[in-house]
Write a protein that binds this ligand. Structure first.
Ligand code: DLL
Length: 434
């Protein structure tokens, strides 16, 4: 597979550190001069732009939290005057006030370049038809991927999310070769293809998918690859940093290369806030070093994963992040045990006894928390005898309990009874939260 920009993606690491240091110095100066809120935070910590010379000095700087963006809503963290801002995106704000992010023309160019790198890593080039089923709008997925796909000269199909049957007809008629959407929507598409008697391996030209915007496990990857006959590549990003394209897997599918010439990554212990060495699991923290409108410093993502600094066979020298196992915000504490939806996803899919559609329902009964895992039966199972279904339920429960060390109930539901998502899947219903 090709590399879009070998000069930066394969840069000698020593040179990269120098470049990062220089870009960091400029960014800190910019933010200190233009963002009152952050200048105050630096003053409170007793640090000045002159104290920041190399990447190692990053630790002296204060963190930025989602709450900071909320406190300065909507534009208080912007580092460029509004007449230089050419685009706004925003998070959906399901867990509080929405956060607003902005881009100058140069920021859009950078983002476009990053997506061009990502799509190239996934094997796309100008001969491809890139089907963009991420939502267009305030969400960064649709428009973000769109411009990068145009940049590599591919033919973009800007269909956005929703209207699943139409998506599939268009894939067939227009000859989509690269599918881009959330992994949960990819599964929904695969399921709908089956219902429409369309075999993606024979009737469609799809060869790869670029899936992200939510956590998904290796087991889920296998499921999608098998059902669609494609290579499923993981893409990561978040609006606060730029949107999709912060990191991407290469053809070796063994970690996501971080675009380190634009973002400095750290992994920290979320409790002590101390940086951890590569290999340890912790929270990802990013510092933007080339952006103009919103170059956040040491942004706490809440995403949990590990970094891998070993050389990759693809030739890229960028550090890799492992699959995100979950957001610390999504972590459920059930009777004192930490539970991530991704653990349940692995436990379910490795058995292969059910469909991949699931949801966790947590309730408080008296003083005790109860976890119930809702899983859909496969259509074949649905016609099985009750005893067979009970047996499957038992096996699934046993597997989940041994992974979590926590008792739970498993309910096998009729096919299609869990709501399908066209964007990010809703994996948890926590009835304890008022
Ligand atoms: O989800 C940007 C994006 C769009 C990424 C399309 C990839 C593809 P937000 O809506 O701000 O931005 O949500 C960011 O989604 O902090 C993670 O928790 C989660 N996330 C994004 N990509 C992945 C991934 C977009 N590949 C939040 N694996 C992030 C796991 C992901 N989680």
């Amino acid at each position: 597979m090709g590399i879009w920009n070998a000069e930066y993606e394969c840069m000698d690491r020593e040179k990269l550190m120098e470049l990062q240091g220089e870009r960091l110095r400029n960014t800190v100066q910019r933010v200190y001069s233009n963002v009152n809120y952050f200048r105050q935070k630096m003053k409170d910590k007793g640090v000045e732009p002159g104290d920041i010379n190399t990447v190692q000095d990053l630790r002296k700087l204060p963190f930025t939290y989602k709450q900071d963006l909320r406190d300065t809503y909507p534009y208080g963290m912007f580092s460029a005057p509004m007449d230089e801002v050419v685009r706004i995106h925003a998070s959906t704000g399901t867990t509080g006030k929405r956060t607003v992010v902005g881009y100058t023309a140069k920021d859009i160019d950078i983002w476009t370049e990053l997506i061009a790198r990502c799509l190239t890593a996934a094997g796309a080039d100008k001969s491809d038809f890139v089907h963009v089923a991420y939502g267009y709008g305030l969400f960064t997925g649709g428009l973000g991927v769109h411009y990068g796909a145009e940049k590599i000269g591919a033919t973009v199909i800007p269909i956005s999310g929703g209207n699943t049957k139409r998506q599939i007809e268009i894939m067939q008629d227009f000859g989509s070769t690269i599918l881009t959407c959330t992994p949960s929507y990819a599964l929904y598409l695969a399921e709908t293809m089956k219902e429409m008697n369309i075999d993606p391996k024979k009737d469609l030209k799809l060869k790869a998918g670029v899936f992200g915007a939510e956590p998904w496990t290796e087991e889920m990857r296998k499921e999608i690859e098998e059902q669609m006959g494609i290579m499923a590549i993981d893409i990561y990003g978040l609006s606060e940093i730029i949107g999709p394209g912060v990191s991407i897997e290469c053809e070796y599918q063994n970690g996501l290369h971080i675009q380190e010439d634009h973002f400095i990554v750290e992994i920290i212990d979320p409790e002590t806030e101390e940086p951890l060495p590569p290999g340890s699991e912790g929270e990802l923290v990013f510092t933007c070093i080339t952006k103009e409108a919103l170059p956040l410093i040491r942004y706490r993502t809440r995403d949990i994963c590990r970094l891998n600094s070993e050389k990759c066979e693809c030739g890229r020298t960028q550090i890799r992040m492992g699959k995100v196992t979950g957001r610390s915000d999504d972590m459920l504490i059930i009777r004192g045990v930490n539970v991530f939806p991704s653990q349940i996803e692995s436990a379910l899919l490795e058995l292969g006894l059910s469909s991949p559609h699931y949801q966790l329902v947590v309730e408080r009964v008296g003083t005790l928390d109860n976890l119930e895992v809702h899983v859909e039966m496969t259509p074949d199972m649905f016609s099985d005898a009750v005893r067979q279904v009970e047996k499957a339920e038992h096996k699934i429960r046993h597997n989940i309990e041994s992974i979590l060390g926590l008792t739970c109930r498993v309910r096998l539901l009729e096919p299609k009874s869990i709501q399908r998502s066209e964007g990010k899947a809703k994996r948890v219903i926590d009835k304890r939260v008022k």
